[in-house]
Design a protein around this ligand. Structure first.
Ligand SMILES: [Zn+2]
Length: 153
């Protein structure tokens, strides 16, 4: 195995795969990422689930180097599958639909209207963004000057 430093949770499915305890059909393996063909609950042919070898409940808990390894691995598999239409999905938290509490991404080919991820686009109108805008302003992630996002300048 390649450089596993999984904080193994014995009950965690993906940790058991990462440690080699469970054998699965791997689509890809890198130093930090495993991609597994989802044949249990696929939304489409070629549905692959990618997870880090290190345990983290959600992607927000992952170190940057694990995150940085993930997207290129997903893209290599998308290329190998010849995908032109696909969705990349990560459910984080139970309310968001997460059912396996080891962070992961889905690569879901969209072969047709029926085969692949099906979701409804329902933009919400009239939401109050002021609290989220204030949190972002305080975090200063975009390097903007305080107050600029409030439309005052
Ligand atoms: Zn785990």
């Amino acid at each position: 195995m390649l450089g596993i430093r999984c904080q193994v949770s014995e009950s965690c499915l993906f940790c058991r795969i990462a440690s080699g305890e469970l054998t699965v059909e791997k689509a890809i393996e890198t130093e930090k990422t495993i991609g597994v063909l989802n044949t249990l609950e696929p939304f489409a042919r070629g549905h692959v689930v990618f997870f880090p070898k290190q345990h983290a409940v959600t992607i927000r808990h992952l170190p940057d180097d694990y995150l940085a390894d993930m997207l290129p691995a997903i893209m290599r598999v998308a290329t190998a599958l010849g995908l032109e239409n696909y969705n990349i999905l990560s459910n984080n938290g139970a309310v968001a639909g997460q059912t396996v509490f080891h962070a992961h991404f889905h690569l879901i080919p969209k072969w047709s209207e029926e085969e692949g991820l099906v979701y409804r686009r329902e933009p919400k109108q009239g939401l109050d963004h002021s609290e989220m805008r204030e949190r972002l302003r305080r975090a200063n992630l975009a390097g903007h000057k305080p107050g600029r996002l409030d439309g005052g300048g």
